[in-house]
Design a binder for this molecule. Structure first.
Ligand code: KG4
Ligand code: ZN
Length: 338
């Protein structure tokens, strides 16, 4: 039975990877969305799971406190806590799940489990304009790349996904080859703005609506090896052009399948989501394709692209309305089926 309450306050908790985030949602509207990013992983060139879970433990209480204060409410006003159950790093997920359990137990309020990838899609309901159903979403993050058809807030069907690396991983791994810090996606984006996409890399040839990015990484590796043999300063001298070329290769692969999905389904409501949807090349490409093909395009604000609890609270709100709660025996799931 759908709920008929008038004042629904949801606390969202996100701790699946290296961002500790808490958000407060009031009747579907985001009042606060506070994220503590863990800079420490830069030193290691990637996320170190044990370090991440320890940092979540340190961050979670201050982050929740800040989200409550920013929203101007007390914890006693909360209707429920929505938390990321998976997929993600198990140690990181445990921190958010354990926090949600103890908070709900002490406050006597229900708990709502949220699938991280579904939440990336539902981030679009945190702002206006909202997509109409059915819509397609290209969800591109550090761990996943998929095209999803969404028929209602709770009905999501994966139409295609990557068979190897995710788009974000392609950015991060290439960036590593170029000597850029982790996560390299935003840095490649920044450099690409000053460069020209003049280098060509191998193009994946995947059937249907699936993606593959591991060939691109190998192609770039061999390209760099060859160039560095002739000129050891090749990367420094051409960084902007290399970044523009890498970005354009990744964006082209994504857009090829997104256009195909729109054509095959006849759906004109097109959204992008996930960390890589912050990429300026992808944002421009999807906007231009929308103008060309008559799509209604939905691009999230930056705060809702990368991992954030606002999207978890929104996804939790839809389940809350249907009273889909979980008990204290809930456990995190590192590889949670979509
Ligand atoms: O969604 P997200 O915050 O975390 C996961 O669920 O994985 O995505 C993180 C990924 C990283 O790979 C990061 O490099 C990438 O998103 N990313 C970007 C940009 N901002 C973040 N990639 C390309 N361009 C950007 N501006
Ligand atoms: Zn994510």
């Amino acid at each position: 039975m759908p709920t008929r309450e008038k004042h629904i306050y949801i606390l969202g908790i996100e701790s699946s990877c290296d961002d500790t985030s808490a958000a407060i949602l009031f009747n579907g509207e985001v009042l606060s969305n506070v994220t503590a990013s863990q800079k420490i992983h830069k030193e290691y060139g990637g996320v170190v799971p044990e370090v991440a879970s320890r940092a979540h433990q340190e961050n979670i209480i201050p982050v929740v406190d800040a989200a409550l204060k920013k929203a101007g409410i007390t914890k006693e006003q909360l209707s429920a806590v929505a938390f990321t159950r998976g997929p993600g790093l198990i140690g990181s997920l445990h921190v958010g799940v354990a926090f949600a359990k103890s908070f709900c137990l002490s406050l006597g309020i229900p708990m709502v489990e949220v699938h991280h990838m579904k939440a990336h899609v539902l981030a679009h309901f945190a702002e206006d304009p909202k997509p109409a159903f059915p819509f397609l979403c290209l969800t591109v993050s550090g761990g996943h790349t998929q095209i999803v058809r969404i028929d209602s807030p709770l009905e999501h069907t994966v139409l295609g996904s990557t068979i190897d690396d995710a788009a974000g991983e392609a950015f991060d791994k290439t960036g590593k080859l170029l000597g850029l810090d982790y996560p390299a996606g935003p840095l490649i984006d920044k450099w690409a703005k000053q460069g020209e996409a003049k280098f060509e890399f191998a193009k994946p040839n995947m059937p249907d609506l699936d993606f593959s990015f591991s060939g691109l990484k190998t192609s770039i590796l061999y390209f760099l090896k060859k160039q560095l043999k002739e000129n050891e300063d090749f990367i420094e001298e051409n960084l902007a052009d290399i970044c523009a070329s890498v970005q354009s290769s990744i964006v082209d692969s994504l857009m090829l399948k997104l256009r195909k999905a729109a054509k095959e389904t006849g759906i004109q409501e097109i959204a992008i989501a996930g960390g890589v949807s912050a990429n300026s090349g992808l944002r421009t490409a999807v906007t231009e394709a929308g103008e060309e093909l008559g799509w209604n395009v939905y691009i999230p604000a930056f705060q809702f692209c990368t991992d954030n609890a606002g999207m978890i609270a929104v996804a939790g709100y839809f389940k809350y309305l249907e009273q889909q709660f979980v008990g204290q025996d809930v456990v995190p799931v590192a590889r949670w089926k979509f």
